[in-house]
Write a protein that binds this ligand. Sequence first.
Ligand code: MN
Ligand code: MN
Length: 240
Amino acid sequence: MYHHVKKLMYTVRVGDPDPRFGKMLLEQFGGANGELAAAMQYSIQGLNCDDPARKDMLMDIGTEELSHLEVIGTLARMHLAPLKNLKNKEAAYADPLIAICGGGGVSLNNSQGNPWTADYLKITGELDVDLRNNIAAEGRAKIVYERLIDFTDDSQSKEALQFLMTREITHMKVFSMALESLGKGKFEVGKIPPSEEWVNKYFNDSTGEGELGKDATGPWNTGGDWEKVDNPAFKGLGGK
Ligand code: MN
Ligand code: MN
């Protein structure tokens, strides 16, 4: 069950409200890598999880993300507040949709005004795959926060965003360790093993020598188990 506590997880203050920045903050409110998406992704994964220990962790983080939603929503609303006054034309022009339809409040849209959608969520019902998704989701959220921090000069806004950004790295750590604790191999997904015949072949699908450029090599295609197959399209590897 959920219980609402009447204070924020992190106290939010804004020195200088900037409606354009408020609109950018909506990316973390109703956007693809935002807090609602995170809260729903982890909570729904938690509902699907049969392992009680990891279910508890998913529900804990899902719940914390709801608290982040409250923090980012409060911060965005403070920046959007000048849009409440339609006589403040310069502010209202920053976003007519928020000013006229939303009365200067937040709604579940991203920074471009596109509505939030459950299509943002990655829920497979396979715990290790979901945890990999979550690690990537936290990385995306972290980088969006970092860009938002770089975009504002308001030191108090920066502080709140720094807190939210930091917690995403904490979550990344939790999900990584939960994945590790499953004891699966690095490339072990599901139950059916991959075919030996194909799994270690790197298809070099570009002709890139001489005037056409140069093929790159690295640990992703050279050494170890790798077998490099040049120009597979011309080697009869396809079906009949
Ligand atoms: Mn978060
Ligand atoms: Mn997070």
